[in-house]
Design a protein around this ligand. Sequence first.
Ligand code: GLU
Length: 279
Amino acid sequence: MFATRFAPSPTGLLHRGHAFSALTAHEAARRAGGRFILRIEDIDTTRCRPEFEAAIQEDLAWLGLDWERPVRRQSEHLADYQAALERLIARGLAYRCFRTRKEISEDIARAPHGAMETWRGAPLPPGEEAARLAAGESFAWRLSLEAAEQALGGDLDFVEEGEGPLGEHGVIRVDPALGGDVVLARKDVGVAYHLAVVVDDALQGISHVIRGCDLFQATHVQRRLQALLDLPAPVYRHHRLLLGADGRRYAKRDRAETLAELRAGGMTPQALRRELGFD
Ligand code: GLU
C-alpha cells in the first residue's frame, strides 16, 4: 500500500518550505488512496522542544491536512534504534569513534541530516580503546564504510521518481563513498538521524519517501543502511526546494516567515495552498 510521511524535527516553527513539502506528500497519498503519516523526529534533545511539536501539529491542521494517529515520536522509540545499532555492531559494521567534532571538521553529528562529507576513520587499537573507555571518555558509533563494502559486495541502487538537485532521476547508483563513516549514534544523544530514519521508514511501512531534494544525498547513506539491515527500500521522490522572493530557499536559520506569522497576518490556508500550487 502507498504510504508516505512528513518527518519534521521540532527545532523551530514551520515556514512555507515545510508547508510545500507536507502538502506534496499529503497530496500524493490522497491521489494514491494511501496513507499519510506525520513523524516527529525529535531525537536531538539538545534542540527539539515540545512547544515546536505542538506548533507543527497546529500548522498542519490549519493547512487542512490530516494524518494517522498516534504520531510516532522518535524520542519514545530509542530502543528500536539501539537494536538496529546492535545488529550492525554484532556484524562488525560499526566502530567507536572518540574524536571530537572539531577534530573531524564540524557538523556531521549535529545537523539533523549531517554534513555530507566523506570522512573515513578506523577503530582504535583495542588497548587504546579500552583505556579510553576506562577513563570514561565518550564516543560515537560510526559505520565502517570499508566493512560495509565488504558485507554488501556489490552495487546498490535506489529509485528516484522525483529529482535530485542536479536533475537526477530514475535508477540511481549508490555512491560508495558518499556520507563517509557516518555517525550511527551520537556521543551526546546516543542515536543519530540516518539510522533512526531507515528504522522508522521500514517500521511504518513507508513505500514512498517524499521530501526536499536537500536530502537527496542522504539517500545514498540511507539506502546503504537499509541493505545492511535487510530493510525494504522505499521509492524516493525528492522535490524542489521552495525559493523565497530573494531567490533563496526558505530556512529556519534565516528566520523565514513562519506559518504562524502568515496566519496571524490574516492569510487563509486556501490562499497559501493556492500560492504553493495546490488546488
Ligand atoms: N527530520 C528531517 C528534517 O527535518 C527530515 C527527514 C526526512 O524527511 O527524511 O530535515
